[in-house]
Design a binder for this molecule. Structure first.
Ligand code: NAP
Length: 262
């Protein structure tokens, strides 16, 4: 299937690792021009070189910390030289795991800045151009925790739910202008973040990490963690011209892990 992404300009957050890295590769393979965003400039340069070698097209890069209130400004300014962004992939890191009765106001502020305020501000800046051009795709990396809150991930459950509510709200405003707005819910995809969460749980419980990981995978009907490229394929489809009538949706990519109907 031709995804119609050739020559589209895509801004991908969290692009140096895990899900974002796989999404960047998937979009580059479809011929999209890329702006990669994460915090570490050196790592970004390495990722850009790797993608350039694979595709022949060198991505632009921008370093900004999504917990910083100035991040959306910085990233939107970096998108200027592209002359517009057609595909915006909202993604960054995840907040720390804490018992839900041990959260702190500073950590709530930081989590909401990263998971809701920065992505909403960035999307708000890029939406007018998408609407004027009559084409836009916003795809946010959310979490299964938006449907079934995950124990110990209170910051993530709440911050991402706020973003999901905004995505749904704005999707209705921009749908008639050819702009779609969707979220993808990873269940457990094998990335450095999931490995770190398993290691943290193993340390708290005093058991081997292999035991935690096996227990976690046993809760997934597919019987295994997902691969980043399996997740990236869903994002690439939602970014495509083929997905023009899918908007305001949250799509799970979880090997059947979520138990509810929606
Ligand atoms: N993997 C899963 O199964 C899963 C499940 C549910 C939710 N998620 C969520 O999906 C997102 C991506 O997860 P992942 O598994 O791909 O994680 P990952 O492998 O740790 O990658 C995170 C990416 O985000 C960047 N990043 C981290 N903190 C940032 C910040 N404050 N500002 C800007 N960029 C930042 C990282 O680069 P730098 O460190 O260089 O900035 C890296 O490129 C996270 O929000 C995660 O919580 C993942």
């Amino acid at each position: 299937m031709d995804l119609g992404l050739n020559g589209r300009r895509a801004l991908v957050g969290g692009a140096t690792s895990g899900l974002g890295l796989a999404i960047a590769h998937a979009l580059a393979a479809e011929g999209a021009e890329l702006l990669l965003w994460s915090r570490d400039e050196e790592r970004l340069a390495g990722t850009a070189a790797e993608i350039a070698q694979a595709t022949g097209v060198r991505p632009h890069i921008v370093a900004a910390d999504a917990t910083d209130p100035g991040a959306a400004d910085r990233v939107a300014a970096a998108a200027g030289p592209l002359g517009g962004v057609d595909v915006l992939v909202l993604n960054a890191g995840g907040p720390p795991a804490v018992p839900p009765d041990a959260t702190s106001p500073d950590a709530w502020r930081s989590a909401f800045q990263m998971l809701a305020v920065t992505p909403i501000e960035l999307a708000t800046r890029l939406l007018p151009g998408m609407r004027e051009r009559g084409f836009g795709r916003i795809v946010a990396v959310l979490s299964s925790g938006v449907r079934e809150p995950i124990p110990a991930l209170a910051y993530s459950n709440a911050g991402r739910s706020a973003l999901a509510a905004w995505l749904k709200t704005v999707s209705r405003e921009v749908a008639a202008d050819g702009v779609t707005v969707n979220g993808v819910l990873p269940g457990r995809i094998a990335t450095p973040r999931v490995a770190a969460l398993d290691e943290g749980a193993a340390a708290r419980e005093g058991v081997p990490v292999a035991e935690v990981s096996a227990r976690s995978q046993a809760t997934i009907p597919a019987g295994r963690y997902g691969r980043p490229e399996e997740f990236a394929a869903v994002v690439a489809f939602l970014a495509s011209t083929a997905a023009s009538y899918v908007t305001g949706s949250t799509v799970a990519c979880d090997g059947g892990m979520l138990r509810g109907l929606q």
